[in-house]
Design a protein around this ligand. Structure first.
Ligand SMILES: NC(=O)c1ccc[n+]([C@@H]2O[C@H](COP(=O)([O-])OP(=O)(O)OC[C@H]3O[C@@H](n4cnc5c(N)ncnc54)[C@H](O)[C@@H]3O)[C@@H](O)[C@H]2O)c1
Length: 347
């Protein structure tokens, strides 16, 4: 079944969507591209025959898309998603699902009220190494997991923020390195462990970006159910974009990720997992190439719903994406109040 797609926000990340839509061209029609800077929408639309360009959300409604991709600044995610869902449109929103958990709850309520499908992009879950490490941990191959650590050391120089009216601001982005970059590592740790969080204590600092309000560095100590300790280190104040590392320590072995490369060690045996990229790497290489995988999964769910079949998997549900956001928000709260935050987290 051919799906009609629309996209709102034709900025940096839209290059990845352009490539994904081209790859899926046999099964989808891109009907409308929107950006408040209309030339960006026109440029995006020009890649797809018959695709119209517009500069406001209302412009999509005449085309009755099955799916709206939301690639906007964070502060617009929830309002645009809610507006579109109220028109019966299924939405796939870029991470983070919203700026805070209250907004995420409003999105969940609208989804339920309107009986539409909604999901949030966390494409870095969809690599082979993540899937194999998750399986190894679930099967008990590594024994009990006792500790996890994730480390992100990237560079975001001044020109990354220049010309953006929302990046690097609390009101537009909702924070800095944690909510924008490290959120993928945090999400993967949550997804791989598949455990609830008990508490978190964290700190934020701004060492190298005195022209921004938000943090460029954060550390946190999270406790998951079962006493698993998770140490987070994230900084945008490094000199290059170093590969992200994530390590899981078990009583019988260990596993980890170095960017998309994975390893699992158990009883002195080590196996390595290299990604066989399904999509091309487009744009920044640290975005990875698995948007395609998650987007396709969502389209299958939309097709199943339209034809009255059982929906197998929509990808990342809003509730799941909200749990990752909760951890980010709890670290901000802990840093602000100087205290450990117990879960369940409330805004
Ligand atoms: N998954 C990933 O790895 C990844 C990577 C980069 C960005 N992102 C996410 O993608 C989203 C967009 O990020 P970006 O880097 O492309 O930002 P960007 O600033 O480059 O692009 C945002 C676009 O939205 C447009 N816009 C702003 N307000 C609008 C409005 N009211 N109506 C229509 N258009 C409007 C802007 O003109 C701009 O072209 C964010 O949620 C970001 O976190 C995800």
């Amino acid at each position: 079944m051919r799906l009609k797609l629309a996209i709102i926000g034709c900025g940096r990340i839209s290059a990845v969507y352009k490539e994904a839509f081209k790859d899926l061209a046999d099964d989808v029609s891109v009907v409308c591209a929107i950006d408040k800077i209309k030339s960006r929408a026109v440029d995006f639309a020009s890649a797809f025959p018959g695709c119209q360009a517009g500069d406001s959300l209302e412009d999509i409604y005449a085309y009755e898309p099955d799916v709206l991709h939301i690639c906007l600044p964070h502060y617009l995610h929830s309002s645009v998603a809610i507006d579109a869902m109220k028109r019966g449109i299924n939405i796939l929103v870029e991470k983070p699902v919203a700026m805070n958990c209250t907004e995420a709850d409003e999105m969940i309520a609208t989804r339920d009220e309107m009986n539409v499908l909604a999901s949030c992009i966390f494409q870095t879950r969809y690599i082979e190494a993540v899937s194999q490490i998750r399986k190894a941990i679930k099967s008990g191959e590594l024994g009990d997991i006792i500790g996890v650590k994730s480390s992100l050391a990237w560079t975001r120089p001044a020109d990354y923020y220049e010309g953006s009216d929302w990046k690097g601001t609390w009101s537009g982005e909702g924070g800095g390195v944690l909510i924008d970059q490290a959120i993928h590592s945090i999400d993967r740790v949550r997804y791989i462990l598949d455990k609830e969080i008990k508490s978190v204590e964290g700190s934020i600092s701004n060492f190298a970006h005195d022209y921004l309000d938000v943090e460029d560095t954060s550390t946190a100590l999270v406790e998951f159910d079962g006493g698993i300790i998770y140490n987070i280190y994230a900084t945008n104040a490094y000199v290059v974009n170093d590969p992200i590392t994530i390590d899981f320590i078990g009583t019988k072995g260990r596993a980890g990720l170095i960017q998309d490369f994975g390893y699992i060690e158990e009883n002195g045996k080590r196996r390595e997992i290299r990604e066989s990229y399904e999509g091309k790497v487009v744009g920044e290489n640290y975005w990875g190439s698995s948007h395609n995988v998650q987007i396709k999964l969502f389209y299958e769910a939309v097709r199943a719903k339209k034809s009255g079949e059982k929906i197998e998997d929509i990808g990342v549900s809003l509730e799941d994406a909200k749990k990752t956001l909760e951890l980010v928000r709890a670290i901000y709260k802990s840093a602000r109040e100087g205290e450990k935050i117990d879960f369940p987290y409330a805004e």
